[in-house]
Design a protein. Structure first.
Length: 175
């Protein structure tokens, strides 16, 4: 778990493990968490995971949030090309890590509002086409009414767009 915004909460994992009837300590022992302090460090952590994968079985890598550091460090249109090139390199390294280890790579991303949108949802993902094309499946998560959330599949190579409503409880995700 590469944490770029200091949001990983082990107590939340323990709570969900207990809700699923699992030993919280055993679950937490299988999760390796690293805090990324800037985009270069974030990319270095992927290299470290590649090295670790030679001695331990890596089956999932989560990057939360993919674009946070890139967005903060590469400000303005003048730096957009450099940001996108570096982000593309990072995504290619994550894809290679996934392919070599047959592992799931899950990234979260930030969104921004597009005030020029005349109809539809004015939010759009940070990172543009590079992030969109590097992802096999793209989900858009949003809050709904009454503590519910909506997950919308917006891109998939083999599934139609669709939505699922869920809640997040002490025990984890529930329908």
């Amino acid at each position: 778990y590469i944490d770029t915004e200091d949001t990983f909460r082990p107590e939340r994992i323990a709570q969900m493990a207990e809700g699923a009837g699992l030993d919280p300590n055993a679950v937490l022992d299988r999760i390796h968490v690293a805090r990324a302090y800037n985009s270069a460090h974030q990319m270095l952590l992927v290299d470290e995971i590649k090295r670790m994968s030679k001695s331990i079985d890596v089956k999932m890598v989560i990057v939360d949030s993919l674009t946070s550091h890139f967005r903060a460090e590469y400000v303005g249109r003048g730096m957009l090309a450099d940001r996108q090139q570096k982000l593309n390199k990072h995504l290619k390294e994550l894809k290679q890590l996934s392919d070599v280890n047959n592992a799931l790579v899950l990234v979260t991303n930030q969104v921004m509002s597009n005030p020029g949108t005349m109809w539809g949802d004015p939010t759009k993902a940070i990172g543009g086409h590079i992030v969109g094309h590097a992802s096999t499946f793209r989900l858009y998560l949003r809050k709904s009414k009454g503590g519910r959330r909506i997950a919308r599949l917006i891109d998939s190579p083999n599934l139609p767009e669709g939505e699922a409503v869920f809640t997040v409880t002490a025990e984890g995700i529930r329908e």
